[in-house]
Design a protein around this ligand. Structure first.
Ligand code: URP
Ligand code: ZN
Ligand code: ZN
Ligand code: ZN
Length: 467
């Protein structure tokens, strides 16, 4: 099967160009300037010609932070690998990196096997795994080596959630030493969970039980403090550090300072922190529960700082932290006690579209849009140039994007398996028109043409983004 994509504007981190793309089988085999006339020759014998006039041609999005069918607080996130990767494809994301979650007392390798059983043969697009390490001991530290050999070389740890995922500074230090030794990257959920748990207990004891107190009991300072502490531990050990879901301006300052010193510290933020705020957490009738995630949504003032960080590369990646729980039967678990609301917001389908609004608003350039949503995550997580590039030899993961068409985000029209949209009624400009995953048409003219057994597991190389 050969496909020609012609007349479009190819966008890369280096700029834009009027170029045509030839796909043969699963790969891109040639990219040629439109003025070369090569597309005429290609089109003569191609199985399909896609006219991308007036549209952008982008490397498929890479969402480096998702949680499909993840156990949390006695329930489980509602998108399966099948529904979640299908929704990802609808939004122009052709690779996800999901988290395998080690339960305390179990091994990393059995965890990895368990996540393979969930995902293998059930994904519409390609996927990789990070490993959540919740039990640091000699055995699991040794197993980090085996995980790396199996293509899983990024390890998330938590400074929050005491008694569940929480790791002490000593445990984090040991895991970082192992990461330094093996070339792994430590990913950090940076919030001071010990202090937060006290604030939560005090709020509940005083009868402050509404969802908004989830935000108030997790102040930005306790994100900044943990971020700085993680950076310090990374400095002492020499390990690369990737701060996940950064939400607060104060935490961004800590990251920027470390990066200015030349340390291998990187951070991602998420669309919810760029487009939603503490006001949403304060919506009445328990609607605020739809917006409970950790770190929490912040006052709106933080958003300008996050956009600035995206421009300066103090924030290098935007991932969704897609973690959907239904309003009706799952968020409900925390009515009368905000600490029991399952943490997470759905969003895997909307990342490319929402970031495009940042392009239209002048917050980021077109090139930067592609860089933070595809090329940098590919490099950060060892997938480049197989993923993250429109180039000969790369996988034909390609999004043809119409920047002019308008759409309204809604639970009525989204494809995620969850009963609400965090962006209900939001009118946006731009929409995916065609998506290829390894050369197969997955989305085209408003329909899904893929298969939920198409996606393959990606064994990732080590971090290619280190200074
Ligand atoms: O609230 C969130 N972020 N839920 C997902 C789990 C995590 O900490 O990333
Ligand atoms: Zn987290
Ligand atoms: Zn997460
Ligand atoms: Zn069709």
């Amino acid at each position: 099967m050969t496909i020609v994509i012609r007349n479009g504007t190819v966008v890369s981190p280096l700029g834009t160009s009027a170029s045509d793309v030839l796909v043969d089988g699963e790969r891109i085999v040639a990219v040629a300037s439109a003025s070369s006339g090569l597309a005429d020759q290609w089109a003569a014998s191609a199985d399909r010609v896609i006219d991308a006039a007036g549209k952008y041609v982008l490397p498929g999005g890479i969402d480096a932070h998702t949680h499909m069918e993840m156990p949390f607080g006695g329930t489980s996130s509602v998108d399966t690998f099948s529904t979640g990767t299908t929704a990802a494809a609808w939004g122009g994301t052709t690779t996800i990196i999901d988290f395998a979650v080690q339960a305390k007392g179990t091994s990393l390798l059995s965890t990895l096997e368990k996540w393979h059983q969930k995902a293998d043969g059930n994904c519409a697009v390609d996927y990789g795994f990070h490993m959540i390490v919740s039990d640091v001991n000699d055995g699991t530290l040794k197993e980090m080596e085996t995980c790396i050999d199996a293509g899983v070389n990024s390890f998330k740890m938590f400074m929050a959630y005491p008694g569940v995922f929480y790791a002490t500074d000593g445990e984090i230090l040991r895991a970082m030493q192992k990461a330094k030794e093996t070339g792994g990257t430590i990913m950090m959920h940076a919030e001071n969970g010990i202090a937060i748990d006290q604030l939560v207990a005090q709020a509940l004891a005083e009868g402050r039980t509404d969802p908004v107190y989830h935000g108030i009991t997790r102040p930005p300072e306790l994100e900044a403090e943990a971020t700085y502490r993680a950076i310090t531990l990374a400095k002492v050990t020499g390990a690369p550090l990737y701060i996940v879901h950064l939400s607060a301006a104060q935490a961004l300052t800590a990251v920027a300072n470390a990066r200015n010193r030349g340390q291998n510290v990187f951070a991602e933020t998420c669309p919810q922190y760029l487009f939603l705020s503490l006001d949403d957490l304060g919506r009445d009738d328990f609607e605020g529960s739809k917006f409970v995630c950790s770190p929490p949504l912040r006052p709106r003032e933080h958003q300008a700082e996050l956009w600035r960080g995206l421009r300066t590369n103090d924030l290098s990646v935007v991932s969704t932290d897609h973690c959907p729980f239904c309003f009706k039967d799952q968020k409900e678990l925390g009515r009368g006690d905000f600490s029991k609301i399952p943490n997470g917001i759905p969003g895997v389908e909307h990342r490319m579209d929402l970031l495009h609004q940042g392009v239209l608003a002048g917050e980021i350039s077109l090139s930067r849009w592609v860089e933070i949503s595809s090329t940098t995550p590919a490099r950060m997580f060892g997938l480049y140039p197989r993923k993250g590039a429109i180039a000969a030899g790369s996988d034909a993961d390609i999004v043809v994007y119409d920047p002019a068409v308008k759409q309204t985000l809604s639970v009525e029209t989204h494809h995620m398996n969850v009963d609400y949209s965090a962006y209900e009624g939001l009118e946006i400009t731009g929409r995916v028109s065609t998506v290829l995953s390894r050369g197969s048409v997955v989305i085209d003219d408003g329909a899904f043409h893929g298969s939920t057994s198409h996606g393959v597991f990606l064994e990732r190389e080590l971090n290619q983004y280190l200074v």
